[in-house]
Design a protein around this ligand. Structure first.
Ligand SMILES: NC(=O)C1=CN([C@@H]2O[C@H](COP(=O)(O)OP(=O)(O)OC[C@H]3O[C@@H](n4cnc5c(N)ncnc54)[C@H](O)[C@@H]3O)[C@@H](O)[C@H]2O)[C@@H](O)CC1
Ligand SMILES: [K+]
Length: 476
């Protein structure tokens, strides 16, 4: 699991360490980590550091300072360093050190001219003190550097927000980012992370509090998966009831059933319309029909438009079970749900829920998923290319393991809702079921490259679950 922090927490942790070791020592540690990574990349690209040509984009603050001290180290190893300062203001000690080591100042036009002759650009414009977006001058440098020179961003690419995860502004497009002391949310999640390239974490002894993101990996999923024990029967493994599908949309019901069955539910009950029974039996003879004991429910996939849907949902919720509410049922939410209720909207559905625009959700998923949890009282899984889980009253948002873009297709959401319902029935709390369910689907898609239908991927869930079990056994 990786944790990422807001700027305030990072600054507070920096202040604590600086009070002990001094700010210069902290910056030297950061600069050293940066220089090591820059040197490693130079050796990889051209065999050696000596004789390499490096341009440093120097911002006005400490981010610029990091870049200047790292460049000083590279200059001492024989690299030819050019410095372009964005503004007149620079980190004085860093500037002096770099120029004393032989670095040459150049202007913007010269930087652009030099670009084809360079081996590396160290982008030390702005870090966590930066505002979102970049100036036209910086944008020109992004344009001329792209694809022809190795760009290493310092702490995070300039222009990228730390917390909003938006890719709606201009920012530097880096091949690599060297980040210090704490993970920044935008380096781990959201559309913008693609632009940070290969990220290296340099530990400078910070111990920040209050993470705002908790990013899961396959081992976390394995550790949370409800593997049955030797004495478990079908009831202990969980009975899940699925009220899904309609005569008009039978497919969504079948896809949700496929998710629940292949995720290893002890028993799956089909609570959807009776006219679908024959179809369901033909595909899933193990599915039981009609009412009976359940540990968790799923409502919504394939309900379509219809009358009395609010009543249909209310009567399911009256059973007081852990429940996944997906798709069409999301339009009929009563007030004050509990955090044992899991809502699984995509960005469009979340936008409707919050009476806002889809683009607003996509540009700031963290704020919106948290708001949805707080306003409804339920746990919320926001589906999409990155999948976020928020619980009411909690700032920290969980992020599921990411999958390939192929998973973004009709029917994936129905399958995922079925998987989550099976996990709720097995006893996981709503937030864990959501992050584990979304992750297992993504891991399955990752291990079967190329396009696959949601039902093919559902049928491959057992392979992934078996691999997670092996992973757990092999990990000390
Ligand atoms: N405090 C320390 O000793 C340490 C700081 N670290 C580095 O310091 C960075 C933070 O440094 P700073 O707080 O000085 O902030 P930055 O260096 O990120 O930004 C400097 C200043 O630039 C101005 N600015 C921001 N965006 C701008 C824009 N778009 N156009 C023009 N001016 C703009 C702001 O006034 C800001 O304070 C971190 O990201 C990291 O790289 C690391 O060296 C670790 C230790
Ligand atoms: K930067």
């Amino acid at each position: 699991m990786k944790y990422a922090y807001a700027t305030d927490s990072i600054r507070a942790a920096e202040a604590e360490v600086m009070a002990v070791v001094g700010d210069d020592a902290l910056m030297q540690q950061a600069a050293n980590g940066l220089a090591v990574e820059c040197a490693r990349r130079l050796r990889r690209h051209r065999g050696k550091v000596t004789g390499s040509r490096v341009l440093v984009i120097v911002g006005p603050g400490n981010n610029g300072g990091d870049g200047l001290f790292a460049a000083t180290r590279l200059a001492r190893k024989g690299a030819k360093i050019f410095l372009w300062r964005i503004t007149d203001q620079v980190h004085q000690a860093g500037w002096q050190a770099a120029t004393r080591a032989g670095a040459t100042e150049v202007d913007l036009d010269r930087s652009i001219e030099l670009m084809p002759t360079l081996d590396q650009v160290i982008e030390a414009g702005f870090g966590i003190g930066g505002r979102e977006g970049i100036s036209d001058d910086l944008a020109r440098l992004v344009y001329v550097s792209r694809g022809i020179v190795d760009v290493v961003a310092v702490d995070l690419p300039s222009g990228l927000g730390v917390e909003t995860l938006s890719s709606d502004v201009r920012f530097f497009d880096a091949d690599a980012t060297v980040t210090f002391g704490a993970w920044k949310p935008s380096l781990l999640a959201g559309p913008a992370r693609e632009y940070a390239g290969e990220v290296t974490f340099v530990d400078i002894g910070l111990e920040p509090d209050n993470p705002i993101l908790e990013v899961w990996d396959a081992l976390d999923v394995a550790m949370a998966w409800p593997f049955p024990t030797a004495t478990d029967d079908k009831y202990a493994r969980g009975v899940v009831g699925l009220d899904a599908g309609s005569a008009e949309y039978p497919g969504a019901g079948l896809l949700a059933l496929g998710g629940a069955v292949h995720a290893g539910a002890g028993m799956v009950r089909f609570l959807g319309p009776v006219e679908l029974r024959d179809t369901v039996i033909a595909q899933f003879p193990n599915v039981v029909h009609g009412r009976g004991r359940c540990q968790a429910l799923l409502c919504g996939p394939g309900w379509g438009p219809g009358d009395h849907l609010a009543d249909r949902l209310a009567s399911r919720l009256a059973e007081g079970l852990r429940t996944v509410i997906d798709a069409d049922a999301l339009a009929y939410l009563p007030r004050d749900l509990g955090d044992n209720i899991l809502l699984t909207p995509h960005a469009g559905e979340l936008a409707r829920l919050l009476k806002t625009e889809r683009a607003a959700v996509e540009n700031d998923p963290l704020t919106h998923v948290r708001r949805a949890a707080d306003e409804t009282g339920a746990t919320v899984l926001l589906k999409g290319a990155t999948q976020y889980v928020a619980t009411p009253g909690e700032t920290c948002v969980r992020v599921a393991v990411g999958g390939p873009a192929w998973t973004g297709q009709a029917g994936s959401g129905d399958t995922l809702a079925g998987i989550c319902a099976a996990l709720l029935a097995a006893g996981l709390d709503a937030a864990t079921a959501a992050v584990v369910g979304a992750s297992v689907q993504a891991i399955t898609a990752r291990s079967h490259p190329g396009p696959h239908t949601p039902q093919e991927l559902a049928a491959r869930l057992p392979d992934t679950i078996a691999e997670l079990e092996w992973l757990l056994e092999e990990t000390p």
